[in-house]
Design a protein around this ligand. Structure first.
Ligand code: PNS
Length: 159
């Protein structure tokens, strides 16, 4: 089975990485796909996010990294991907995720499989990582080393 883990990954967190690893254990091929949002520039460019994702998934031979724009289901159809894999951190994620899962199934019969986030990462989000880093807080253990190394340069002129 081919599955996809889509997201903004600005930046990827250890919670995301946990989902990739678990998806890689159940699927033949996992595509980690970065959404290219033309109306919103992120902290990291899409190229930087992909470079980091390639680095942190290099030990997972059945994981590939790509980017996409437009509808996720179109990417799935084009690449013969049967299912989307998402992490659910808490019940607060559920409403929105269920809505997207139902819409994606309605649009193209693409299934969504939910992985319950490891509780040690259930409070984690890319936005919180950015906010904490911006003000000099410590995010060690919450993001991969590849992100940790790149964060200070992103905020060097705001501190
Ligand atoms: O990490 P994010 O930003 O929460 O990921 C959201 C993402 C990329 C999974 C979602 O926004 C998405 O699938 N966008 C692509 C456009 C699309 O297919 N929209 C219809 C969803 S039902």
């Amino acid at each position: 089975m081919k599955v996809i883990c889509p997201g903004s990954f600005d930046p990827v967190t250890n919670g995301h990485l946990d989902v990739f690893k678990r998806a890689a254990q159940i699927a033949d091929e996992v595509t980690v796909a970065v959404l290219v949002n033309r109306t919103k520039s992120g902290l990291f460019s899409v190229d930087e996010r992909m470079e980091i994702l390639r680095e942190v998934t290099s030990s997972l031979p059945n994981v590939r990294v790509d980017s996409f724009h437009g509808l996720l289901v179109d990417y799935c159809r084009e690449h013969e991907i049967q299912a989307i894999v998402k992490g659910l951190r808490a019940i607060s994620d559920f409403d929105y995720e269920l809505q997207m899962a139902q819409m994606n199934y309605r649009l193209a019969d693409v299934e969504t499989l939910f992985v319950s986030t490891n509780p040690q990462f259930s409070f984690l989000s890319s936005s919180l990582i950015k906010e904490i880093s911006r003000y000099g807080g410590d995010v060690e253990g919450l993001v991969p080393q590849a992100v940790l190394e790149r964060l200070p340069a992103k905020f060097s002129d705001t501190m």
